[in-house]
Design a protein. Structure first.
Lengths: 253, 323
């Protein structure tokens, strides 16, 4: 498997806060990589660096072999990298269908309008939003808005999808549905990098996990390894009971 | 464009334009023509402003600059270089559009209230330029001799020619608004209007689109300005760059329903008719700005979607036909 996304020695500082420091990792074609770490570890900042919201202070980010360090967000999107937001950002006064069409129109395939609507409907069917096509985005529930985030980025037909806590704030049924959707997206050949706090979910979904703490990589490996890593347990989980639960999760979920 | 011709809304616009063109011809009604000319002017200004305000979500107080500059360039070419009307209008449109592109790349980095304020700055700057630019007659402006109407067949016929061109400009504004709204460019603009950061992350080239729409929204108002001041045969800075006309164009957009093509046009028509009545009535003379202020208040408080918002919610099916 070749690396689709390569992050090399990337650093970002906001005033006195070193948000990301000397971070190196890669995401290979076809994988699901989980990104975990305590609040403030620099996970969302990393997403913002990768998709061009911020330019890194140093380091290099390449996507599909091309250097995208400091590239504008719309160019990164066009290159085939889509993302969802931790705090949902719907285009509130537009319908669900139009929201998804924007993703399709300006995404990797740069589709003309009528084909964009086809791609949008397809993406809506994958996440289960088809029956809400003509509802304004502002009228969706929080779970609906999370699905919309996912559908919209999926409509762009990306090579890499970055999911920022798509499971947060959902009830157990919705979480289960969303996990199914994520698996389905991966089966379509989309590589996924996801931030998640729901341990069981990320342990069961991810092929590999990268753990961040204070902007630095603390550990990296398959879920079972990471869960047993003493530093991870100490820094991130703290609670030995939770650690035990994690170690068991690989078999159960 | 062929797909546009097949939609009913295209024909609604066409009928409206024909009605405008023919109404005063029937019965040779000159006062109706003058009143409809102002309606067509307001519809042009408001529709083009709507591209910025209703689609991209940027409040532009400076839309009148396009109108005034277009007027100056056209009148200047006619007066100093003895150009005829049509090429002067074309050059005015292209120049103002080009200038808007340059301005736009600068000031469109600002957002929200900062952008709105900077557009007022643009009015002040351009007005100060006009007041001090000797070839444009400084603060006393430019007077055109009556002979300018001769190539158009004398004053009487010239007024008809000007009227038909104005109606054509209005029609072009409506088709343009509609074409943009149903295009990929329009979808990108609407996304910018809703949430600019999210739009950028979805791949909308926001900086380029904003500058493009700002420039496009300058073209037809510049031509309308050229026509208007050619017709008056007189232009001076305080008329050409009158902030209150910009404000009125904003009110019209909100009255009709920002982001809609029909609503803005109807809003402009109704507003101009009302204004015409207020200006000529002895009780309400010079009262029209008070009325537009009060209207704005009522709309913002009770009908945030404007006229079309109200119609859409009462008769949802109209949404499929009326853009």
């Amino acid at each position: 498997m070749t690396a689709l996304l390569e992050v090399e020695k990337v650093s970002k500082r906001f005033g006195g806060l070193q948000a990301v420091k000397d971070l190196t990792f890669e995401v290979r074609e076809g994988e699901i990589v989980g990104l975990i770490g305590p609040n403030g570890a620099g996970k969302s900042t990393l997403f913002n660096l990768v998709n061009g919201v911020f330019a890194p202070d140093s380091g290099r980010i390449s996507f599909g072999g091309a250097d995208i360090t400091g590239e504008k967000p719309y160019k990164v999107a066009r290159a085939g990298l889509a993302r969802t937001h931790q705090i949902v950002q719907p285009l509130t006064n537009m319908t669900v269908l139009d929201n998804c069409a924007v993703g399709a129109c300006f995404g990797r395939e740069n589709l003309p309008l009528h084909r964009a609507y086809e791609a949008a409907r397809e993406a809506m069917a994958v996440v289960g939003l088809s029956d809400r096509a003509h509802v304004l985005a502002l009228h969706l529930t929080i779970a609906g808005k999370k699905r919309l985030e996912l559908a919209r980025s999926l409509a762009a037909r990306p090579r890499l999808l970055m999911l920022d806590e798509v499971l947060a704030g959902l009830n157990p049924t919705e979480v289960e549905h969303m996990i199914g959707v994520i698996r389905q997206i991966r089966e379509r050949g989309v590589t996924i990098l996801m931030i998640e706090h729901l341990m069981q979910a990320i342990m069961s979904l991810s092929d590999r996990i990268v753990v961040l703490n204070f902007g630095q990589k603390l550990a990296e490996g398959v879920p079972a390894e990471v869960a047993q890593h003493p530093q991870v347990i100490e820094a991130y989980l703290g609670n030995p009971k939770l650690a035990a639960e994690l170690q068991g999760s690989g078999e159960h979920v | 464009m062929p797909s546009m011709v097949r939609r009913p809304f295209f024909w609604i616009i066409t009928l409206a334009v024909l009605a405008f063109a023919l109404a005063p011809v029937y019965g040779n009604d000159v006062s109706l023509r003058e009143s409809l000319l102002l309606d067509a002017l307001y519809i042009t200004l408001a529709s083009n402003l709507n591209l910025m305000l209703g689609y991209a979500g940027y409040v532009n107080f400076g839309s009148i600059v396009f109108f005034g500059l277009g007027g100056y360039i056209c009148v200047w070419l006619v007066n100093s270089y003895k150009w005829t009307l049509v090429p002067s209008l074309a050059v005015a449109g292209v120049c103002v559009s080009g200038l808007a592109l340059i301005f736009g790349l600068g000031i469109l980095r600002l957002r929200g209230a900062f952008f709105a304020l900077s557009t007022i700055g643009v009015i002040e700057a351009v007005q100060a330029f006009a007041e001090n630019f000797t070839p444009w007659g400084g603060s006393s402006g430019i007077y055109l001799p009556a002979s300018i109407f001769t190539p158009l067949g004398g004053p009487r016929q010239a007024l008809w020619v000007i009227y038909f061109i104005m109606v054509g400009v209005m029609g072009a504004s409506l088709y343009l608004s509609y074409a943009i709204k149903t295009s990929k460019f329009g979808l990108g603009l609407l996304a910018i209007g809703q949430n600019e950061d999210a739009a950028a992350i979805l791949g909308v080239p926001t900086a380029r689109y904003k500058a493009m729409v700002y420039s496009v929204s300058a073209f037809l108002p510049a031509i309308a300005g050229g026509l208007y001041f050619f017709k008056s045969a007189f232009i001076q800075p305080s008329d050409a760059f009158d902030l209150s006309l910009s404000t009125e164009a904003l009110v019209v957009g909100m009255l009709g329903g920002q982001g809609t093509v029909t609503g803005v046009a109807i809003g402009a028509f109704l507003y101009e008719e009302l204004r015409g009545y207020l200006l000529t009535s002895s009780t309400f003379a010079n009262f029209q700005l008070v009325v537009s202020g009060a209207l704005l208040l009522v709309i913002v408080l009770f009908f945030p979607g404007g006229l079309m918002g109200w119609i859409y919610s009462r008769f949802p099916r109209t949404q499929k036909v009326l853009e």
